[in-house]
Design a protein around this ligand. Sequence first.
Ligand code: FAD
Length: 482
Amino acid sequence: MSGKRRCIVWFRQDLRLHDNEALHDALKHADELLFVYVFDTRWFHAETRFGFRKTGAHRAKFIIESVEDLRQSLRAMGAELIVRVGKPEEEIYRLADEAKTSWVFCNRERTQEEVDVQDALEEKLWTIGQELRFSRGKMLYYTADLPFPVNHTPDVFSQFRKEVERYIKIRKPLPVPSDLPSADLKTINVGNMPTLQSLGYEVPEKEERTVLDFVGGESAALERLFYYLWDTDLAKTYKETRNGLVGGDYSTKFSAWLAQGCISPKRIYSELKKYEDERGKNKSTYWIFFELLWRDFFRLMGKKYDNLIFLEGGTKQEKNPAWRNDYNLLQKWIDGKTGIPFIDANMLEIKYTGFMSNRGRQNVASFLVKDLKVNWQMGAEYFESILIDYDPTSNWGNWNYVAGVGSDPREDRYFNILKQARNYDPEGTYVKLWLPELADLPSDKVHRPYCLSFDEQGKYGVKLGGNYPKPIINPKKWERGR
Ligand code: FAD
């Protein structure tokens, strides 16, 4: 040991060098840094309560790519990323002991499973006289800057938005450090990157219909940011296009990178401001910020209500007696076999790609909870497993909202799926993309194959109960416009 102060920077859902507060804090305290990422085997091997694999293949792939990109970026700066597969509280503890560090720095997580891990590590570090130091930086806003204590965060989004917009200035993102003084790693095994197969996954098949070829990592995230703003000016029309369903351009697609921390929301915001200064501000550029605020809002709801967001009664603590743990209906929903084309198309998209539009998510969630009366937690867990952009508070917060157990001020929010399908997919382009068996149906019939006469079924090549299922609920109520 050289007598220099050493510390570990533990990367978690902050897989980036820009605007990384833990990294900056570590640089302030230590002379030599070790950089570590642990593939937590529990996230990859465990099952959720209702039997889904905790992390689906699309997200697992995205995480591996993100860690690999981080490793390359560190190497380009003369540093190295130590990679482990196991439990962070054991792997990092071992490393801290072996390398005789003084501290471990990380960005704090707030949801239970992540908190359990950081607590366990903290306790182990104490036994060797070391400390876990927490930094922040997941949100646009710092909790310290909020005009209210976290436990008084307004439950209504619009009130939250008005207050933060009125009183707080978003801080500038921290730059990528110019120098990373790394510890001598000669005696430390830097570890190999795991593959999807070594983590127990099959490589997902390439799906041509995906909205985007999502590639994990800070480099790809920044590329996407520049594409959406500077290369294409898509930011200028976001408000008009954001309810789209097909292709990469209708919305930013930042979510997967945000979820793994490959990009920080403050970085997006600062680029957006620069864009507005140079190319003009309009409702659309504002609306990207507005949507990012939802992310902060749900994170604050998670902090305020703690584990309630995961429980059946949600933050409202109100269960609906009609909800059932109906695995049969759940499976039909998952497999896109409900007989309601707009639902089935969306469920096939998420199954094959790990992504679904926001419009789709709201509809399929509402359908599961309000029409099929299935316990919303089953849907939320499926999303947790399958989504490429799964983020605990965004996912569970949104499900709370749709299920009516969150802080939505509107009572009994309900989606008329037929109306939604006609509004957002008027020609049936989206439905036909995912359900080619409906390809020959004219646009006025594509969302209601269940109304086809026997002759029409023959004419359009659709056989109800044959190549396309009969509806599992009575869709007549939607005809009345409710
Ligand atoms: P854009 O429309 O381009 O929005 C820009 C960014 O704003 C997004 O990347 C996201 O970070 C944020 N954002 C937008 N809408 C929301 C919202 N309603 N809640 C929170 N943040 C939002 N988003 C996730 O990131 N992870 C999830 O696990 C997740 N689960 C969801 C579950 C349900 C039932 C619903 C209805 C929504 C969920 N969302 C989730 C929110 C939203 O659907 C996605 O953020 C969005 O579709 C991602 O696409 P985008 O990046 O192109 O979004």
